[in-house]
Design a protein around this ligand. Sequence first.
Ligand code: TRP
Length: 438
Amino acid sequence: MMKDMENRPSWSSQFAFIISTIGSAIGLGNIWRFPYIMGKNGGAIFLIIYLILILFICSIPLLAELILGKISQKNTLGAYCSINPKFEAFGWLNVISTIMISSFYFVVGGWVIYYILKSFTLNQITDFGQYFTNFVSGTYTPILFTLFFLFICIFFIYRGVNQGIETANKIMMPALGVLLIVLVAVSLNLPNAHLGLKFMFSPDFSEIDFSMLLAALGQALFTLSIGMGTILTYGSYLKKEDNIAKSAFTIIVADTIFAILAGVMIFPAVFSFGLQPDSGASLVFITLPKIFAQMQYGGLVALGFFFLLFFAALTSGISIVEVPVAVMIEKFNISRKKAAAIMFAIIGLLSVPVTLSFSALKDFKILGKTLFDLFDFTTANILMPVSSMIVCLVVGWCLNLANDYVFKSKTLHNIFIFMMKYILPILFIILIITGLMG
Ligand code: TRP
């Protein structure tokens, strides 16, 4: 049975699209990666460069993905095929990347759920580092929580674009905003909060160098969910007449404000308690719990924080899994329910060995990396920039956008096309080469 185009879902409104894409963009990357990278790379000066890069450079692959999705009205595989059947491999690249990224993103999602449940008992812990290590090196508990997180994502996907994805984002994103503002207020009211702000915002011009530029570029791509077909797939549920330039701008602004506020929430608290800012897992699962345990109403604050992290990770997780699900539905003509169930099985199976990277498979290394690190490295440093380059090349060279203005101004439109065809691909090649070395 051929599913005809009539059956293809579309967003119920432009707002639904924007809030869901913001939901995809705002994720673990904003909360545990951005503030730290910014603090480490010169604070305010990093922020300025990051803003320039995200607005003028990363907006281009973002728009390219949106255009390809919107024009083709197809999943990532179908979209590339509609341009040239030989491009099918580019779509598969996205499918593989999303399956790889989800298997480690969801492991962290599982940790977040575990810490939600522990919010009110954090003050019984004495050694937070040990506590975290004990938890992740357990065999069954982390797997159970990873699968639970995956299950919740799949549930929303299973319910469809309108009933599931949109609804999840319309509820969780405002909740996320409120939680963030409350937590920022709590953090800024702690003694010596200004030290944290100083760490984040005092510019250090000596820090500007090539590696900082690359760090900013990589972070901007990751946070905008570019290079995995996510934006393409969400864009394909747009109606033809929707305006994408304005939406792209809104998404970038919202994501950036959120990332900065996440820093304003975290660093004043860290410095107020005399701790050192750390990155990634240890910041969120070791340093912050230590703070919550000592804080007044710490249990409540911890609960709010881990819920914030949960909503952020969940709305991003949903957008990642929607990519292969849309491919399965449209390529193999199966129902959404069946496609969701199959993806649950595939990602679930793959995430088990990734979860075990901290226990039974701790010493199983490929290229000197555990599976968790390998998947993280391969997706962030290789697959994402490669696919971002491909989407710019394909949209720039193979689509005729002469009558399809993305911007109202002709000059702006022409600059956009020029950047997409020449400048961005070169930048991505540099990013890939340095990423491979890193
Ligand atoms: N943008 C999300 C974050 O900041 C992660 C994410 C969701 C993502 N979908 C993606 C990253 C697709 C790359 C590609 O955490």
